[in-house]
Design a protein around this ligand. Structure first.
Ligand code: HEC
Length: 444
């Protein structure tokens, strides 16, 4: 119950999910996996391009290699954006209050994603289309992709900080914006694991890209052969996979205990062994002869995909473990609130505020007080306000008290240039008498 004291337990929106929860979870994990592969290629591709272009200052073939990779970045970026919609919608519907709370708490950084993404995308296009025109100004050209890389490296940090913060409602009261949320345990290890994944996936992509039969390596490069290009791809892959394994282990050992269970550790461990497998096969490929370099490629791709499914699954299990207790409290709180508001709607209680009676008005004191309470907002004694002045009422109803009382209870629509007057059916017969007596006493 300590939990309840320190942790905000908001009320949820009392709407049913549009799909069964398990289906949404599967949709989230699968669609996120597809999305992240292309994000990996976008971020990893721009990193590799930057590296190769710098090497290309000395060796022309590296510059060509950088150009070839650069051409794929914008395509992979577009696919990544389109594929990002489904996981974003799924996480929004499944974890509405958690996701929005984290968004709000890192508000400025979170909203910055939109301009940052826009700028980075434009930079990658600019970089791609100025390859020839900036041939004489390589520094500037490399500066463009370096800026895009800097932005691409920063954006995932915001995302990770957010999806991490949403799992820890107990921290919501403490964090003070993006930077403090960034310092929560696990964000940075997960970030570096992610960067490793970008490099690894891009390396394997480069191997595949250069093994396509219709890809004219001989015409594009002056000295690089397919074999050499694939070796570059495998080396990049090995670097990325090693980073992933290293930081993956740190992630595992620094996971905050609240979401950990044996099954999370088992599935994460399973994910890790697929990574080790991919690393082993990549290494075997790197040291093999030219004619054998492709034999392990399918196994590597399969291992990396299996890793992603397992890792993504374990993250979802961890998220579930961290949040289900809080979700139960929120559901309880929401149900409680729903019950109270239903009861209140079914048994409306009329609030009768205390009347401010001015006894000096003698027999009209009570009526004047009722008037001030209910009518004075729209009616003045001698001037028009929202409705006509009281003098007008008293001349219309001078000899018709019942007509006046009927109007007050259920007003008609009379003057075309006035709005409709609200009715006062809650006034008792006695109150209506007092009120009418007062109104009819106001004369010109
Ligand atoms: C929200 C504003 C509003 C409040 C509050 C309000 N009135 Fe009116 N009242 C009007 C308007 C507007 C008209 C003119 C309606 C029309 O002519 O269709 C009107 C008209 C009247 C008339 C003239 C009826 C007629 O036959 O011409 C009387 C009498 C009257 N109000 C009494 C009261 C009394 C008594 C109260 C308090 C219990 C009250 N009103 C509260 C807006 C208000």
């Amino acid at each position: 119950m300590l939990l309840q004291v320190n942790i905000p337990i908001p009320k949820d929106i009392p709407l049913p999910l549009p799909l069964p929860e398990w289906l949404l979870v599967i949709l989230l994990v699968i669609s996120f996996l597809l999305h992240i592969i292309f994000i990996n290629l976008m971020v990893g591709g721009s990193l590799v391009t930057l590296w190769a272009q710098i090497k290309g200052l000395k060796n022309k073939d590296y510059d060509t290699f950088a150009h070839e990779v650069a051409k794929t970045i914008t395509v992979n970026k577009s696919i990544a954006v389109v594929l990002g919609v489904a996981p974003l919608l799924s996480i929004n519907t499944l974890y509405t209050i958690y996701f929005y709370s984290a968004n709000a708490l890192t508000g400025f950084a979170w909203i910055m994603i939109i301009p940052l993404v826009t700028i980075a995308f434009l930079l990658t296009y600019l970089h791609k289309y100025t390859w020839d025109s900036l041939e004489k100004n390589k520094q500037l050209h490399i500066g463009i992709i370096a800026s895009a890389v800097a932005i691409f490296l920063f954006i995932p940090l915001i995302f990770l900080t957010n999806v991490n913060l949403m799992m820890f409602p107990e921290k919501w009261a403490e964090v003070q914006g993006f930077l403090s949320a960034l310092m929560l345990p696990n964000v940075l290890p997960r970030y570096f694991e992610f960067i490793g994944a970008c490099i690894a996936v891009t390396g394997i992509f480069i191997v595949w890209y250069n093994s396509r039969k219709n890809y004219p390596v001989e015409q594009i490069y002056s000295s690089f052969t397919r074999y050499e290009l694939k070796k570059i791809g495998y080396s990049i892959g090995i670097l990325g996979l090693s980073l992933q394994i290293l930081f993956g282990l740190i992630v595992l050992f620094t996971l905050p205990s609240k979401g950990i269970s044996y099954s999370v550790i088992a599935v994460m461990g399973g994910a890790g062994s697929f990574l080790a497998l991919a690393l082993w096969f990549s290494y075997q490929s790197l040291i093999s002869e030219a004619d054998k370099i492709d034999t392990h490629l399918k196994k590597i791709i399969f291992s990396v995909l299996a890793f992603m499914v397992f890792y993504g699954g374990s993250r979802q299990m961890y998220r579930h473990n961290s949040l289900y207790k809080h979700q139960e409290l929120v559901a309880f709180h929401t149900a409680e609130f729903q019950k109270l508001s239903k009861e209140a709607r079914e048994n409306p209680t009329e609030e009768k505020p205390e009347l401010q009676v001015d006894e000096s008005l003698g027999e009209y004191a009570k009526g004047a007080a009722i008037f001030n309470q209910y009518c004075a907002a729209c009616h003045k004694p001698k001037e028009k306000l929202v409705g006509p002045p009281v003098t007008e009422m008293s001349s219309i109803y001078a000899n018709n008290v019942d007509g006046l009382k009927n109007w007050i209870k259920a007003p008609g629509k009379k003057r075309p240039d006035y709005p409709q007057m609200p009715g006062f059916p809650q006034l008792s017969e006695e109150e209506l008498n007092e009120l009418s007596k007062y109104i009819l006493s106001v004369k010109n």
